[in-house]
Design a protein around this ligand. Structure first.
Ligand code: FE2
Ligand code: FE2
Length: 166
């Protein structure tokens, strides 16, 4: 049973961003499963590495799209991303150093909270701005996809989406 389910409440109305959020939710659920079922530490570490990498990739895409629609709160949003990137990298590093000292429930609660709170709270605020500049946002999304084609997160996204979409 996944910890977080994708629902319409998460929708921002921008397909590339919604897909990224689905991948992030899939990674958090995978992490939860790995920890719950007592997978070996290298497996948990691999998922944490992937989560750190995908978080950064997603934030870069989101920031490019916010720039494209001239989102007025971009700088504050970017600062929140920086904080979240530090937090998720810190969890990964703590786990790598002392896996026994990191409590699974604590990690998962934190990840679940920041992800849900960020998507449901801050990310939804840019939705009307992106809707008002649909063409510019689409061009920026296409350009980001072209720039990052073949990168590890772009390839991982295909696999996650294939697994979660009907
Ligand atoms: Fe986001
Ligand atoms: Fe965001």
């Amino acid at each position: 049973m996944p910890m977080i389910q994708w629902t319409q409440e998460f929708t921002t109305g921008v397909e590339a961003i919604d897909n990224d959020h689905k991948v992030l939710i899939s990674l958090i659920n995978q992490l939860g499963e790995a920890i719950r079922s007592g997978e070996p530490q290298p497996t948990v570490r691999r998922v944490l590495d992937e989560l750190v990498e995908y978080t950064s990739y997603h934030f870069n895409r989101e920031e490019a799209l916010m720039e494209a629609c001239r989102y007025p709160d971009l700088e504050a949003h970017r600062r929140t991303h920086t904080t979240l990137k530090v937090q998720v990298a810190d969890i990964r590093d703590r786990y790598a150093r002392h896996p026994e000292a990191v409590h699974a429930r604590e990690i998962l609660a934190l990840l679940k909270n920041w992800l849900s709170a960020h998507i449901m709270g801050r990310d939804k605020l840019y939705a009307p701005f992106m809707a008002a500049k649909r063409e510019e946002v689409r061009a920026a999304a296409d350009s980001f996809t072209t720039r990052t084609a073949g990168s590890a997160p772009a390839i991982a996204a295909q696999q996650h989406l294939a697994a979660v979409q009907p």
